[in-house]
Design a protein around this ligand. Structure first.
Ligand code: SF4
Length: 297
């Protein structure tokens, strides 16, 4: 989305009632936060060419702070962007006990966004297939991804937008290093293995703390993510805390680490697929042959 124009619109923060000065400050802070999120999302979209003219973007809405924020920011960019694209929100109702089915339809009707609620009882499948005491998250995520990818094709969505942010990307990077023996994470843009779906992560540059604050100020109707009763991914929690500790003791470290993800030097790592180490001698010979010896002139 080239040359996206991001303007400040007077959206409503929840101004506090403790005096006009406080309310004005609260509004200013909210506007700054909102502007920052819009700028970062706009930059990520441009940097990775995430959205093009005519795209139909399926915004995956779980009911958590990240996906609500993503939808809100994309709606704003849609109004101000020079390219024309459409948004459709999709929630996957996984039939978890106690899932408040009315919350998302009420919210989406209220803001006038096109949406679909996709009903798939992945909860029963996961419960049936996962041995007692094991985490259900891996299978659950796989089934969710499969359902959403399939549905995107059904409705002709050209992009699938997921609400992962900077910290999600860094946590995944470390989890893959610690447990997967690979240096990889969640890319801002991804073509599915079968080539059928294009996934984008417009919040890739955004800090989780900003998203949490924005979500709080916007008073999104959050649906708790523990309805399935599964233990949260304990290792991810450990890595999350590790990153938070680092950031607290060395402010700016996460920013630097994220920058590193965007600034890879294959010749300074050790992956033979990424860099031709075996060809260094030939390269050296070519360089030496091309060198001009000024002493002989
Ligand atoms: S926490 Fe529950 S809903 Fe979330 S991925 Fe794990 S099993 Fe699925």
């Amino acid at each position: 989305m080239q040359d996206a124009v991001m303007t400040e619109t007077p959206d409503q923060p929840d101004a506090t009632h403790n005096g006009a000065g406080d309310a004005a400050r609260t509004r200013r802070e909210f506007n700054k936060l909102q502007k920052r999120l819009r700028r970062l999302v706009g930059n990520a979209i441009i940097d990775y060419d995430m959205i093009r003219e005519g795209d139909k973007v399926m915004v995956c809405l779980s009911g958590g702070k990240d996906s609500y924020t993503m939808l809100e920011i994309l709606r704003n960019l849609q109004r101000n962007a020079p390219v024309d694209f459409s948004l459709v929100a999709v929630n996957l109702d996984q039939k978890q006990p106690g899932f408040p089915e009315h919350v998302l339809p009420e919210y989406l009707d209220g803001i006038g966004v096109d949406y679909h609620i996709l009903e798939r009882d992945t909860y029963s499948v996961v419960k049936e297939k996962t041995p007692e005491g094991k985490s259900t998250c891996a299978l659950c995520s796989r089934l969710r991804r499969g359902s959403l990818y399939g549905y995107a094709e059904e409705i002709g969505a050209t992009k699938i937008a997921l609400g992962h942010h900077r910290e999600d990307i860094l946590e995944t990077l470390f989890l893959n290093m610690f447990f997967g023996g690979s240096l990889k994470s969640m890319p801002p843009k991804l073509l599915s293995d079968d080539g059928k779906n294009m996934v984008i992560r417009p919040l890739a540059y955004c800090r989780e703390a900003d998203i949490a604050e924005f979500s709080r100020r916007m008073e999104f109707p959050i649906i708790p993510c523990n309805l399935c009763g599964s233990q949260p991914n304990l290792q991810r929690q450990v890595v999350k805390e590790m990153l938070a500790d680092w950031e607290a003791s060395h402010p700016g470290r996460l920013e630097s680490m994220f920058k590193a993800v965007t600034n890879v030097a294959p010749s300074q790592l050790a992956d033979r697929e990424l860099f031709d180490f075996a060809g260094l001698e030939e390269k050296q010979a070519r360089m030496q042959a091309a060198r001009i010896d000024f002493t002989e002139l």
